[in-house]
Ligand binder design. Structure first.
Ligand code: RBV
Length: 392
């Protein structure tokens, strides 16, 4: 809101078109309205078939925002994205790389000759972009919004931690206390989910492939084991890895009666659903976002939100108190492209990390908005820090 107020006066985005591909939620609506207030022409699609809040999409459309998104738009998902580039954008804003990929693969002339730059919101998207860069197939500069301190230390940890449990509760209404909750992946997102699940009284079990992440999980008080072992004891399974086939046939066969499975990673690949279907004799929806599978051996397993990100499919995504910092990073990053363009400067065609000054500005603005003061270093303290000879 602070940025919206400030830049609605100067309108730095006047004459620039931004195409966005990010969950259409009430928080995203504030980001879109901020770009519009700052003079941008905006065209938007959702970045997941099950994450659009239709009321928000309708409200944006009523305000003349060009928006192509509705809940459960699976078949038309890429059609929606393509409509946002019918009028070529100067800038792209992604969450999970689907827009950048579409531009690069289908409209490469725009990627090579027209688009100034892009931003990426999420871990999985950054992973994809780094792979694209390594293959020499990245045609314009992209700011790694996900990798800023004011994004991944808050949105990924506390946002995912809370909204994932919120999604599970809305889809199942089960008691979390006393349950064995298995969290696959102990990165920013998985560690946030594990922390919150523990706080709700669950016995938390983490699975990992990275040794240091596994040690962190252990020292946070979680159990660590392989998915082969965890699949025998878990009551609720949550994947947060960004990797495919985390839960597959042999794990379903190990599971307890009534096990609940969901995913909070960006794509719906972490739970192997075709293998679950293959070993099941029937399935039925028993409440919104909760499908009961009856295996051929008679056991029941509950799959939530079709294996798509549970926090956005079954709940409302992360709350505004963390999205404000993520989206301030989005706004400030796009402003960098526009300012560079006005000066005739070109940025390298790479995935670019954002400078610490952006984090500091956003964090200070956030504290100000909460009326919280922090200390400042005294000149003596600065001198001490800079003194390489200071010792015992
Ligand atoms: N995310 N957006 C919301 N309320 O708009 N909630 C979560 C929202 C983003 C978050 O930044 C994360 O990186 C991404 O969704 C995963 O697709």
């Amino acid at each position: 809101m602070n940025l919206q107020k400030k830049y609605s006066k100067t309108k730095p985005f006047k004459g620039y078109k931004i195409a966005g591909c990010l969950h259409v939620t009430k928080e995203t609506a504030v980001l879109i309205k901020t770009f519009v207030a700052a003079g941008a022409e905006v065209s938007w699609s959702g970045c997941n078939p099950l994450s659009t809040n239709d009321a928000v999409a309708a409200a944006l459309a009523a305000e003349n925002v060009s928006i192509f998104a509705w809940y459960n738009n699976g078949e038309d998902f890429y059609w929606c994205i393509e409509r946002t580039i019918d009028t070529p954008p100067h800038l792209t804003l992604d969450d999970g790389c689907d827009l950048i990929n579409t531009v690069h693969e289908k409209f490469s002339h725009l990627a090579k000759n027209f688009i100034l730059g892009g931003t990426e919101e999420t871990t999985t998207g950054i992973q994809r972009l780094r792979a694209r860069q390594k293959a020499n197939k990245l045609y314009y500069p992209v700011f790694a919004v996900n990798d800023t301190e004011t994004k991944w230390d808050f949105d990924n940890v506390y946002g995912t931690g809370q909204s994932t449990l919120d999604g599970i509760l809305r889809a199942t209404s089960v008691l979390l206390a006393g349950k064995n909750i298995v969290i696959a992946g102990h990165g920013h997102c998985g560690s946030g989910v594990a922390k919150r699940a523990k706080g709700m009284g669950a016995n938390t079990i983490c699975t990992e492939i990275k040794a240091t992440a596994a040690i962190k999980a252990l020292l946070e008080g979680h159990e660590v084991m392989t998915m082969d072992e965890a699949s025998k004891v878990g009551d609720i399974f949550i994947t947060a890895t960004g990797v495919t086939d985390i839960i597959r046939e042999k794990h379903y066969l190990n599971m307890r009666e009534g096990a609940i499975i969901c995913n909070t990673g960006h794509y719906d690949v972490e739970i192997n659903i075709p293998e679950l279907q293959k070993i099941s004799k029937s399935h039925r929806t028993i409440r919104p976002n909760c499908v009961e599978y009856i295996l051929k051996n008679g056991k029941k397993i509950y799959l939530l939100a079709e294996g798509r990100l549970i926090n956005l499919a079954a709940a409302e995504g992360h709350p505004s108190e963390v999205m404000d910092m993520s989206f301030a990073n989005q706004f400030m990053s796009h402003l960098r492209f526009v300012e560079a363009d006005k000066k005739g400067k070109k940025l390298p065609k790479e995935v670019i990390d954002l400078p610490i000054e952006q984090d500091e500005f956003i964090a200070n603005t956030k504290l100000e908005s909460m009326n919280i003061n922090i200390d400042k270093l005294t000149p003596q303290q600065i001198k001490y820090i800079e003194d390489y000879n200071a010792g015992t």
